[in-house]
Design a protein around this ligand. Structure first.
Ligand code: PHE
Length: 470
């Protein structure tokens, strides 16, 4: 995957050049920016609050944090390591490692799972990206100022009940993603990430500041951080696990692709921890911004995917300079979603280029076009097909629309499965010596990581799967 074709070539070159120090720093930063751009997105600001609300708060958050720490970070390290050792696009990296370490080439299936997952995720991700675009206009027009929760809810329902409007914004979002992928230019975006991500962080802090004035901040903090295990279900644990993969962009070979650009002497562990901490920080801030507003207005924490669109507009309608902050906030949210969307489409486009010999523009138009068309099923799930649950005869999938199914199948099944394959590959089949060299950890830390990917991750993912299927 061409994360930053020109930038990475330059930084790889500079390792051998005289200005090695500067080259190293900018490469580590470039990797962190690309990886953070992929990781921080709708998953943090849209999905984390609503799945937390649906799954009862604190206990769910605790399981999610545990999944990040003991499954997410080790898997991210494994993906980055495989990418760097292979030095190519995911499928070819795995092939190269397979040749060198004598593995079965069928391991390239990991790349295939990733391509499929990215394609399916982008189809509905783009629809939600479209909601964010539509809210730029809603906030900028000032129609939110001083509104009640009911009025804000009605604006949101109005959006959902209009397939035409949803289609328009879905198309705009998809076009934005396709534009960047078709051009194959990432360097400008990475520079933008370094400004816009901190800006998003600051705006979230401003909303948290407002949320503190609602008088319900303590209740929200307790909801998020005081685990009540009676609220935790087995399906909640699956959602927490799936969300850990989704939010860190794992199980999809994205980090593998990005890792192939990481210079050899940069610590994979430190960089992975940095990206994971930033990602988790953004999600927790989003939770602290949204739940005080939920409680102060007597809203339902389990309101579902519309949660942030029913709460944040209330805050922007009430705080000083709310229209300005609100507009800025949604613009930054679009940007965060955009950089993630690019990393969802890139793997399939690259695969079409490499394996099918198609040129970049044609493969982007083809893959993006099919993805866009699939997105229409998610749009219809919000209105005309809202009662259509194609797999409703399976108890676990009862009442799930196509949109719900796509989300469920990708985040909770495909990504953990992709992660499981990565863990098994690193823990059981790759050359241990080569991995020791690649990770360059102290023996104690290496063993901790090794035991985790060899035993803990596969067992944890396996147990959660089996419990949920049973
Ligand atoms: N991590 C992104 C988010 O939280 C979504 C994503 C998942 C992007 C998987 C790439 C791969 O919004």
């Amino acid at each position: 995957m061409s994360v930053s074709p020109s930038g990475s070539a330059a930084s790889k070159g500079s390792l051998e050049g005289s200005n090695a120090q500067r080259g190293l720093w900018s490469s580590r930063l470039a990797f962190i920016l690309a990886a953070t751009g992929s990781a921080v997105g709708l998953g943090n600001i849209w999905k984390f609050p609503y799945v937390t609300g649906e799954n009862g708060g604190g206990a769910f958050v605790l399981v999610y944090l545990l999944c990040i720490a003991i499954i997410g970070i080790p898997i991210m390290m494994a993906e980055v390591m495989i990418g760097r050792r292979g030095g190519r696009s995911p499928v070819n990296s795995i092939k190269a490692i397979a040749r060198r370490d004598g593995l079965n080439p069928a391991w390239k299936l990991v790349g295939a799972v990733g391509i499929l997952a990215g394609f399916l995720i982008l189809s509905f991700y783009s629809v939600i990206g479209g909601w964010a675009i539509s809210y730029v206009g809603t906030t900028a027009s000032g129609q939110l100022s001083g509104q009640t929760a009911d009025a804000v809810g009605a604006i949101f329902s109005g959006l959902l009940s209009s397939p035409g409007t949803l289609l328009l914004w879905h198309t705009v979002f998809m076009a934005l993603v396709m534009l960047v992928v078709a051009k194959g230019v990432r360097s400008g975006l990475e520079r933008a990430v370094s400004i816009l991500m901190p800006a998003l962080f600051v705006l979230l802090l401003i909303v948290v500041g407002y949320a503190m004035t609602t008088g319900h901040f303590g209740q929200a903090a307790a909801f998020l951080f005081q685990p009540d295990f009676s609220q935790l279900t087995t399906s909640g644990i699956l959602v927490a696990l799936g969300h850990a993969f989704f939010t860190l962009s794992l199980g999809m070979a994205v980090m593998m692709a990005y890792g192939s650009y990481l210079p050899k002497n940069i610590s994979i562990a430190k960089t992975s921890v940095t990206v994971s901490v930033i990602d988790t920080g953004v999600a927790l801030l989003a939770g602290l911004a949204i739940f005080p507003i939920v409680f102060a207005n007597g809203l339902e924490p389990g309101a579902g995917p519309g949660l942030i669109f029913q709460t944040l507009p209330l805050a922007f309608g009430q705080m000083p300079m709310g229209s300005l902050f609100g507009t800025l906030f949604f613009v930054l949210l679009i940007f965060a979603a955009w950089t993630s969307g690019i990393s969802l489409l890139e793997p399939i486009v690259e695969w079409l280029e490499e394996q099918k010999g198609m040129n970049r523009t044609v493969s982007t138009l083809g893959a993006g076009g099919v993805c866009w068309a699939l997105g229409i099923t998610s749009i219809l799930s919000l209105n005309l097909w809202a009662d259509f649950a194609p797999l409703g005869f399976i108890p676990m999938l009862e009442g799930k629309t196509i949109f719900d199914l796509l989300d469920f199948f990708t985040a909770n099944i495909l990504l953990p499965l992709g992660g499981l394959l990565v863990a098994v590959m690193a823990g059981w089949v790759m050359s241990k010596q080569a991995m020791e060299k690649e990770l360059a950890l102290s023996p104690g830390m290496f063993n901790l990581w090794f035991v985790t990917v060899r035993f803990i991750t596969p067992i944890a993912v396996g147990v959660v799967f089996i419990y949920n299927l049973a």
